[in-house]
Design a protein around this ligand. Structure first.
Ligand SMILES: C[S@@+](CC[C@H](N)C(=O)[O-])C[C@H]1O[C@@H](n2cnc3c(N)ncnc32)[C@H](O)[C@@H]1O
Length: 406
């Protein structure tokens, strides 16, 4: 909050298409604090065009690395950031701090230590495994040097009833104006459940994919997947959603490419219209059930969690096992001929990630580029939930400081 606590000045770093902007908008509104997004920063010209198109504001174009501490010091109360995840992704090379794509974040870690007026709240999103990285250690060291209190979460939209898994790491660092280590001891905690926040009920049941799909439009037929993809991958278990499906895998940056392996695909008819349920003739493969049987075995990195949490964060396949299928396409089979598979449309992906319907791409951005940008973005409902929690804490802290000073 600014000096008089009346306006939240926000920096959005690695801003992409502005998912964090939308999340803070929602959270600030719920907490009742006006905010101003002072500046966004990104090196990607296409992402910046999309940002300008939707927010009427041009992010600062370029790398973060050449920027000096003076360009940040005292200029924002909140830093939101989702730095590149490739240095930490499982299945990637995991070069961590040695990966050039980690340089922007590491530069910010150095800057944080130099600031005379650090932000009151710093929020960071990244992939799971980031918390085990050297970059994470550098971030924690920087935050400790400025006496932040740190809370960390590993959570997923399916815990909010959204039929999609996107298990991600989140860091909430809050700094008291009182700089003594006793006041802000820099305690780190790690939670695997959504914190409770006022006015946001966590639904008991999972939603359905059908709540997010488009049912008409010529463009849907353009999303049909070539049958050769399936003939070439006869034994691969695709994540095939129908309208009735209760969970899908993560949409990644390579969605729409990688032969349907970069996220879920949708069961549909020849026009690309989604089918409500799996036809009985469709071959289902029984995927393995839960990896643990007893509640005592439900541990994530040593922390005992509920079986439900374990399913959302670790055994995500159990959320809806019906969806994993080998797709057998036989052109001779009349039934198979009526059943097709397509990619989710960019609009459907945006909906799953919680973007508003009015969010749009400029005409020059291709479908493939849209997939890449949305796959790189964030789950707005998850981040809005966590930011509401964080802003509420900041306000309590400020009230305490006000009382202490009066
Ligand atoms: C994970 S994406 C962020 C997604 C964003 N939160 C959204 O909602 O779209 C990371 C972004 O950081 C940008 N980026 C990567 N390295 C950068 C650097 N060193 N300086 C500035 N931007 C960088 C990329 O262009 C990309 O848009």
């Amino acid at each position: 909050m600014s000096e008089d606590g009346s306006l939240l000045r926000v920096f959005e770093l690695f801003s992409g298409i502005g998912g964090l902007h939308l999340a803070i908008k929602d959270a600030a509104q719920r907490v009742g604090i006006p905010f101003r997004l002072v500046k966004a920063f990104d090196v990607n010209t296409i992402a910046n065009q999309v940002y300008l198109h939707n927010f009427g504001m041009q992010p600062q174009q370029g790398l973060i690395e050449p920027l000096s501490a003076s360009e940040f010091d005292g200029r924002a109360d909140v830093w939101l950031m989702s730095p590149p995840c490739q240095p930490y992704t499982r299945g990637g090379k995991q070069l961590d701090a040695e990966d050039t794509r980690a340089a922007g974040l590491l530069h910010l870690c150095d800057i944080i230590k130099e600031l005379a007026h650090p932000p009151r709240l710093l929020f960071l999103e990244n992939v799971r495994c980031f918390e085990k990285s050297q970059s994470h250690k550098r971030l924690m060291d920087a935050l400790h040097s400025q006496h932040y209190a740190i809370e960390q979460f590993i959570v997923t939209p399916s815990q909010l009833g959204i039929p999609n898994t996107r298990v991600r790491y989140y860091c909430i660092a809050i700094r008291s104006r009182d700089l003594t280590p006793e006041a802000s001891p820099g305690v780190e905690s790690m939670a695997f459940e959504m914190p409770a926040v006022d006015g946001r009920e966590i639904p008991a049941d999972m939603g359905r994919v059908g709540d997010y799909v488009e049912r008409k439009g010529r463009h849907l037929a353009d999303l049909l997947i070539d049958r050769n993809v399936f003939t070439k991958n006869e034994t691969f278990l695709f994540d095939v959603a129908c309208e009735d499906t209760r969970a899908t895998t993560t949409f990644t940056k390579g969605y729409g490419r990688n032969e349907g392996r970069a996220g879920p695909i949708l069961l549909c008819d020849r026009q690309g219209r989604p089918l409500p349920s799996y036809p009985p003739a469709q071959q289902t493969i029984q995927v393995n059930g839960p990896s643990v049987d007893s509640p005592e075995d439900c541990r994530i990195d040593g922390t005992l969690v509920s079986m439900e949490t374990y399913r959302h964060v670790i055994d995500t396949h159990v959320l809806d096992t019906r969806r994993f299928r080998c797709v057998c396409v036989s052109c001779d089979d009349e039934a198979a001929e009526c059943v097709r598979y397509r990619y989710f449309s960019p609009r459907e992906m945006l909906r799953v990630h919680g973007f508003p319907e009015k969010f749009a791409f400029p005409a020059c951005v291709t479908t493939r580029q849209q997939y890449g940008l949305i796959g790189n973005s964030i789950s707005i409902p998850v981040v809005a939930h966590l930011l509401q929690y964080a802003l509420h804490k900041c306000m309590l802290l400020m009230d305490g400081e006000g009382r202490a000073g009066s």
